[in-house]
Design a protein around this ligand. Structure first.
Ligand SMILES: Nc1ncnc2c1ncn2[C@@H]1O[C@H](COP(=O)(O)OP(=O)(O)OP(=O)(O)O)[C@@H](O)[C@H]1O
Ligand SMILES: [Mg+2]
Length: 359
């Protein structure tokens, strides 16, 4: 793989209108024709409208949104399983939309790998042969391909299962094979469309952990689609929220939870466990310049509220000094501030009650 292939993605002014001759309606859509109007008046479906997302190399970009909001349509533009009606999809600066068939085939094989919700394993191949498949297609020498495949089978926790067939494996194990197969390709871009949505909650959390652990080493550019906000917040370095084919909000988990752009996003955020997401930094009292710093307990600014509460639980009347990136004090936080932030999205009377309890 060439050294300049790192997998950074830039999506610019991307539109998709499904149905014959979508091009004819692009100006009307750009001038504000809504998805409902396009469908009612012209029988065309607006899949995506003016999507602009920049995904730095090595970053996990989560795409969230209700069913039908355009998540699969968007991710399928990145390896051009869907042709856009307008716009650019740049991967390492090269526009996927402009590639010819040969370039596109080469790009799909070398630059991207996909993990599917329903695993999409080959039923008559065992775990090893499923994992080795993409490498075979690339023409890799058999013994080298087996070595690479075995390394990833071990890495996703399937060591010893390489001779088993898909129907002998649980859903979680099948998805591990799907992940091993995708990683074996060593493509810089990993596309995961609801990859974990069919798994039981505990298995799902395990698989998130596997992905985060592996990502620390491999630093791929991962586009991860999910319906689940907890999963989005846990995995996403960046999160984009789609509604009716449009990006309603993009930002970090902190941006989404603390400053939801509208009611639609607020509805997603309502049920979230803020203690596990919101960082101490968002809650603390910033240190006044020159104020004396007390000794005692300290915590990192990026620690969660829950972690800080655990620390303060033994002396709830005290406060913790919050440390910035280079371990310098940047603020202080009290038990009360933490408790308030924890229940901030709850109805007013519940919030008051919770605060009263810690007063
Ligand atoms: N091939 C197609 N032809 C016509 N309309 C389509 C096509 N593919 C998708 N759509 C429409 O585009 C919109 C977005 O669909 P998409 O599958 O991207 O949604 P999604 O967010 O992935 O939903 P889900 O969470 O259910 O997977 C929907 O209105 C859908 O009906
Ligand atoms: Mg989908």
């Amino acid at each position: 793989m060439a050294d300049n292939h790192f997998g950074g993605i830039k999506i610019r002014h991307l539109y998709k209108i499904f149905g014959p001759n979508g091009q004819a309606y692009i100006d009307a859509v750009k001038n504000g024709l809504t998805k409902a109007e396009l469908n009612r008046e012209h029988g065309r479906i607006l899949g995506l409208r003016d999507i602009n997302i920049e995904i730095p190399s090595g970053c996990i970009q989560v795409i969230m949104g209700l069913s039908g909001s355009g998540k699969s349509t968007l991710i399928r533009h990145i390896n051009r399983l869907i042709d856009p009606t307008a716009g650019e999809v740049l991967v390492d600066g090269v526009d996927v939309v402009k590639m010819n068939d040969v370039q596109l085939r080469d790009f799909r094989r070398r630059e991207t790998a996909m993990v599917f919700q329903k695993f999409a394993l080959l039923p008559h191949r065992n775990v090893l042969e499923n994992t080795v498949f993409g490498l075979e297609v690339q023409g890799m020498d058999r013994s080298k391909a087996v070595n690479v495949a075995m390394r990833w089978i071990e890495r996703v926790g399937l060591g010893g299962f390489e001779q088993k067939y898909p129907n002998q494996l649980s859903g979680g194990m099948q998805q591990r094979v799907g992940l091993a197969r995708a990683l074996a390709n060593d493509a810089p871009v990993l596309l995961m469309d609801e990859a974990y949505s069919a798994l039981d909650p505990l298995i799902r959390t395990d698989m998130q952990t596997v992905l985060l652990d592996i990502q620390k080493e491999i630093k791929k550019t991962i586009v991860f689609i999910t319906h689940d906000l907890d999963e989005a917040l846990r995995l996403g370095d960046q999160i984009a929220i789609l509604r009716d084919g449009e990006v309603i909000q993009q930002g970090t988990s902190q941006d989404i939870v603390l400053r939801p752009a509208d009611e639609y996003v607020a509805n997603f955020v309502k049920e979230v466990n803020r203690g596990r997401v919101v960082q101490v930094e968002a809650v603390m009292s910033p240190l006044r310049a020159g104020a004396p710093v007390h000794g005692g307990m300290t915590i990192e600014a990026h620690a969660t509220i829950e972690e800080a509460i655990r620390l303060l639980a033994s002396s709830p009347e005290g406060e913790v000094t919050v440390l910035g990136a280079s371990a310098q004090p940047v603020g202080t936080v009290t038990f009360r501030q933490l408790a308030c932030a924890m229940v901030n999205s709850q109805p007013h009377d519940e919030r008051e009650a919770a605060i009263a309890l810690v007063r």
